[in-house]
Design a protein around this ligand. Structure first.
Ligand code: PLP
Length: 383
């Protein structure tokens, strides 16, 4: 179906930071399928684990146990500080759908039938299902699909007074990204997230952090909310978890998770042995390689290099989720297309900013090479 405005290239192979198209041309992939292949393309250990699992057991229903899913759940729970439970899904939107259903269930159990509302931020992105679209604070994406499910409202991002005014006793949860990714790579200030946490405690609302794009090392911490030193009640993740194998997860504090009873929520493929084994292997590699620290260091190098490029006015973001705001008058979409022609994959996250989300194992030399390609394109565009 014609839902994507695609660029004229077909990729056939990947290797680490590199992608190869059908004509054999190579590209530096500084987008990673939108923050998915954090360990790079065709990581041999992940590939071996997938092949081994495919020969052993691909799938069984969640009506039964399997031997991989509990290991993955335990590992994720440990990364989140323990004391929680996990529901596995197949995408970011589904992980968020679970979070919203759980928050509604918990809110109504503890606060009565009216406590089911979810407050999120303008500029946010939480997915394209009808419910996650209702939570997404981008009216232009919602318009075509009205009427959307009720019980959602948005407030200005980073405005604690606006949030305080919205948090009445019908609100079950506040849902935020630690860095608004699709919204333009805008990090939430740590003091704002701390104030949100306090407000949620005072008003008995749950705090859902959507870590679908930011989670698992990308920002220089395992999870973006760690930069603020807070602990959410529900955390969702997806993209990087399977390094390309579709899997999503919704973690919740155990007393919150207990609001769900058998039969309340389900999905056929969620946490099946194949996806769970890929994700378990990804986490093992990430822990062994100290991926968050590597992302923080590489992010510093990329930030400093981008800041020196004529035509880049500002660099924002955290770790290896960065945006370069271009000088007035430069069209980011045009620059992204020219970069692709010159062998660098980035995308225009707004009309005036490029997004960079390279593999977290990107090398210093690859960063230099990517920035040199961008500098060449910007010099050409400005001349
Ligand atoms: C923060 C955030 N939440 C949710 C989603 C939706 O994830 P998916 O496309 O896997 O449904 C995205 C996708 O970009 C995202 O960035």
């Amino acid at each position: 179906m014609q839902t994507y405005g695609r660029l004229p290239v077909a990729f056939v192979r990947g290797d680490g930071t590199h992608l190869y198209d059908s004509a054999g041309k190579s590209y530096l992939d500084f987008l990673t399928g939108l923050a998915v292949t954090s360990l790079g393309h065709a990581h041999p250990e992940v590939a071996d684990a997938i092949a081994d699992q495919a020969r052993t057991l691909l799938h069984v229903s969640n009506l039964y146990y399997n031997d991989v899913q509990p290991k993955l759940g335990a590992r994720l729970d440990a990364l989140l500080g323990g004391g929680g439970r996990v529901f596995f899904a197949n995408s970011g939107a589904e992980a968020n759908e679970c979070a919203i259903k759980l928050a509604r269930r918990y809110g109504q159990l503890h606060g009565g039938p009216d406590r089911f509302h979810v407050v999120s931020a303008y500029g946010s992105f939480h997915g394209r299902t009808l419910t996650t679209l209702a939570a997404t604070g981008q009216p232009q994406k919602q318009e075509t699909f009205q009427p959307l499910p009720t019980g959602f409202r948005q407030v200005l991002f980073e405005d604690i007074d606006a949030l305080a005014a919205a948090l009445d006793d019908r609100v079950a949860a506040v849902m935020l990204e630690p860095v608004q990714g699709e919204g333009g790579v805008n990090p939430a200030p740590p003091e704002y997230l701390r104030a949100v946490r306090q407000l949620c405690d005072e008003r008995e609302a749950l705090l859902i952090m959507d870590e679908v794009q930011t989670g698992l090392g990308r920002t220089g911490e395992w999870f973006g909310f760690e930069h603020a030193g807070i602990r959410p009640d529900i955390v969702t993740m997806a993209k990087a978890l399977g390094n390309g194998v579709p899997i999503g997860a919704c973690w919740a504090r155990v007393d919150v998770a207990e609001a769900f009873r058998p039969g309340d929520h389900a999905t056929t493929f969620g946490g099946q042995p194949l996806a769970a084994r890929a994700a378990l292997t990804v986490l093992e590699i990430m822990e062994r390689e100290d991926i968050p620290r590597r992302a923080a260091r590489a992010g510093e190098q990329l930030t400093e290099a981008l800041q020196k490029v004529p035509g880049v006015d500002e660099v924002r973001g955290l770790g290896l989720l960065l945006a370069a705001e271009l000088a007035p008058g430069i069209d980011a979409k045009d620059v992204a297309q020219r970069c692709m022609e010159d062998g660098l994959i980035v995308n225009a996250v707004t009309g005036s900013a490029l997004r960079f989300a390279p593999p977290l194992l990107v090398s210093p030399a690859e960063i230099d090479e990517a920035v040199a390609i961008l500098a060449g394109v910007l010099a050409e565009v400005q001349s």
